[in-house]
Write a protein that binds this ligand. Structure first.
Ligand SMILES: [Zn+2]
Length: 404
């Protein structure tokens, strides 16, 4: 029976660290006096009350945080994968594990304050109160300060697990970083990603190998490519871009197509939850009351609907940026293939199915031209990250890719 760490692909060192910490945390609980006053931070032996998981997107930051949370709540303290503690943590129903997944572009202060407050309560299961914050780099400054206070004076038995791309001060404040133990994850090798697709998802080995390479070490993306024909179609459209850039007009057309595809993908991904939330809110508000107080209630309802719309809009923007970024990563992979071919570097191509096109590009552009194009794609990503309007950034990139 695979334990809770089985899906953490190609991260042996991190898994060792986490197993060791979970074991010492379990030892503390076993030795605990009935008052239960010892803190996770006092434990030693590799356990502490605040952790930060870093690594490139898709390396498994949140998978690692959840697996560690399960091991902490595990009856045996090992993350057996079978007991109720492991099971409820992994399925997201454990009463003492709170998961924050930001839906918008940032995590706000009120959300964080409420979370910190609840995290201070005594664990109902008698083990640990755990707060997992995915994308901790998306905390607003005020939310970061609220979190910092909790991390600086941790309630007994509370454990914070943060996930972020890196420990760069842009991602996580230096003060929070200094209070956390770091678990760096690496980009898993394609072979390890392919192996888990075959073992866990039952995907055919040749499809798994192709998807793992094309996803550049991103486990979730590899799984989607292997399973979802729509995801494959979108990727094909992105990889057709280099061939379509035959002039200025074509460059602008390609920019529009890329932006619109990202918009369509985002709309599709949030439509279902938007509609469900709106219906739930309307039911909760009991639309159409006429009794005394109905006017006041209606005003309150309008405010709540407005708040819901604001949240949904923020989530849609985020989904759109994520979709566009995935497309840019695919495109960067293509120009990287052209560059490594031009340099005759002994590395496997990212996109095996467009390797011939990339080789033709390499011949035409040579290493310098391929590198300039790769840089144009990476600059576009940075520009969007820095809040340049996506259309403007993508148009500039397409022109640069056409001109070389
Ligand atoms: Zn267990």
């Amino acid at each position: 029976m695979p334990d809770v760490f089985a899906d953490l692909v190609g991260q042996d060192e991190a898994v060792d660290t986490l197993r060791h910490a979970a074991a010492s945390a379990a030892a503390v609980l076993r030795a605990a006096d009935p008052a239960g006053e010892e803190r996770a931070g006092d434990v030693g032996g590799g356990m502490t009350h605040a952790w930060i998981f870093t690594g490139p997107p898709g390396s498994g930051r949140s998978v690692a945080a959840r697996a560690f949370a399960a091991a902490l709540q595990c009856r045996d303290g090992t993350g057996c994968g079978e007991c109720a503690g492991c099971h409820t943590t992994l399925t997201g129903t454990h009463a003492d594990v709170r998961l924050v997944v930001p839906e918008g572009l940032s995590i706000g202060v009120s959300e964080m304050r409420a979370l910190v407050l609840r995290a201070a309560s005594t664990p109902t299961g008698g083990r640990w109160q755990i707060v997992i914050i995915e994308d901790a780099d998306r905390l607003t400054e005020a939310a970061g300060n609220a979190l910092l206070k909790a991390v600086e004076e941790p309630p007994p038995r509370t454990v914070f697990l943060l996930c972020a791309p890196s420990t760069h001060p842009d991602d996580v404040s230096v003060t929070i970083r200094s209070r956390c133990r770091l678990v760096p994850l690496r980009q898993p090798p394609a072979a390890a990603v392919a192996e888990v697709l075959v073992r866990r998802d039952g995907i055919a080995p040749d499809v798994a190998a192709w998807a793992a390479a094309a996803a550049q070490g991103h486990v979730g993306r590899a799984r989607r490519l292997a399973r979802d024909p729509e995801a494959r179609k979108r990727r094909d459209a992105v990889l057709a871009v280099p061939r379509r850039l035959t002039g200025v007009g074509a460059a602008f057309d390609a920019a529009s197509a890329l932006i619109e595809a990202a918009e369509a993908e985002a709309v599709a991904s949030v439509a279902e939850s938007d509609e469900a939330e709106r219906a739930a809110l309307q039911t909760a508000l009991g639309a159409g009351g006429t009794g005394r107080g109905a006017a006041g209630a209606a005003r309150g309802a309008a405010g709540q609907l407005k708040e819901l719309e604001r949240r949904q809009k923020s989530r849609a923007t985020r989904a759109q940026r994520d979709a566009l970024d995935r497309a840019l990563v695919d495109l960067a992979g293509f120009y990287r293939d052209a560059l490594t071919t031009a340099l005759r570097a002994p590395v496997a191509p990212v996109h095996t199915d467009t390797a011939a096109v990339a080789a033709a590009g390499a011949q035409k552009w040579a290493a310098e031209g391929s590198l300039r194009r790769l840089e144009a794609v990476l600059e576009c990503r940075s520009a969007i990250e820095a809040n340049v309007k996506p259309r403007i950034a993508v148009e500039a990139m397409m022109l640069a890719l056409w001109r070389g």
